[in-house]
Design a protein around this ligand. Structure first.
Ligand code: NAP
Length: 303
């Protein structure tokens, strides 16, 4: 039987509607709205398109939003000054510095300068530590892992007692999602295994997974025969494998994207599976909006 397709596009729509309703209610009751600033240094085309999408989404939700574009030559000191300005701006609840930054700027220093209460990306060491402790300590789960967990929960997949296998151990996906799935609480309580390039038998681990989360960045790494029948498969990988003519904009080329899982074959074995594109991708910006709303509620003492 063919797997249930977990549509990030659909789940995104539901969550954005929930956020919008809450923003409207808070505005009516308290006269405040979430404020998000995105700081973009330079003109990296991929970064421009990410920032544009973030600002557009924030705008559609009724947020106060600022796109602060800076020259690629900005000094580290001036960038730190800018962050300090937004740290002290009460109308801004979330600060996002679009990565990567130019080579002359120390990324770690910049991210660590963001007030942890405005770190809606969840990359500040204080928030990484809070995530590790779990429970009430968690402020801002990083956006992609938060999106993954939300998809699993909204699909109705049982996580408690499930064998969850995470392929990849990066700081932005693998490690945080592994940590989140093993916490005590709803949408977690799983038995978690993390595998990586030094793992001896990748296939054997994947075959045990009730929930398989793949974030390796290797197209088609996970073979259909590695998937346990009925498993929930979350494919985080986004790999450009070629180009094709655009249907929307004739005359232009668009990237052909492929995930880390052989989707067509895997969907005949899995119980539920995310497509690429249209799976995890749309969730990341959505969770950024959710974190920004949370930052506003925290700062205003709204339960
Ligand atoms: P990353 O920093 O390159 O980490 C990849 C991880 O996968 C590493 O831990 C690596 O192991 C492991 N790995 C690579 N090849 C492997 C193999 N053959 N066998 C076992 N493990 C292997 O990547 P990332 O930032 O986590 O991103 C992973 C993928 O997710 C990429 O395709 C990225 O584009 C995508 N992504 C999507 C979103 C989104 O949709 N919103 C967000 C973030 C990332 P080692 O540690 O041993 O090197």
């Amino acid at each position: 039987m063919s797997a249930k397709i977990i549509s990030g596009t659909e789940i995104r729509k539901q969550i954005l509607e929930e956020i919008k309703a809450e923003v409207t209610e808070i505005k009516e009751k308290h006269g405040i709205v979430p404020g998000l600033v995105t700081i973009l240094v330079g003109q990296n085309p991929a970064s421009i398109s990410y920032v544009t999408l973030k600002i557009k989404t924030a705008n559609q939700l009724g947020f106060h939003e600022i796109q602060d574009d800076q020259s690629p030559d900005i000094s580290e000191e001036d960038l730190l000054g800018l962050i300090d300005k937004y740290n002290n701006d009460d109308s801004i609840h979330g600060i996002l510095v679009q990565l990567p930054l130019p080579k002359h700027i120390d990324e770690k220093k910049i991210l660590n300068a963001i007030d942890p209460d405005k770190d809606v990306d969840g990359f500040h060491p204080v928030n990484v530590g809070r995530l590790m402790i779990g429970g009430d300590e968690v402020r801002f789960p990083p956006c992609t892992p938060a999106g993954i967990q939300e998809m699993i929960v909204r699909t109705g997949v049982e996580t408690s007692g499930a064998e969850a296998v995470v392929v990849g151990r990066s700081n932005i996906v693998g490690k945080p999602i592994a940590n989140m799935m093993l916490q005590k609480g709803p949408g977690a309580n799983s038995t978690v295994t993390v595998v990586h390039t030094r793992t001896k038998d990748l296939a054997a681990h994947c075959k045990r997974a009730d929930i398989l989360i793949v974030a390796a960045g290797v197209p088609g790494l996970v073979k259909p025969e590695w998937i346990k029948p009925g498993a929930c498969v979350i494919d985080v990988g986004v790999n450009r494998v070629g180009e094709k003519p655009s249907v929307k904009n004739p005359g232009r080329m668009v990237a052909i994207l492929r995930g880390d899982v052989d989707f067509d074959a895997a969907k005949e074995i899995a119980g539920s599976i995310t497509p690429v594109p249209g799976g995890v991708g749309p969730m990341t910006i959505t969770m950024l909006m959710k974190n920004t709303l949370k930052a506003l509620k925290m700062s205003a003492g709204i339960a």
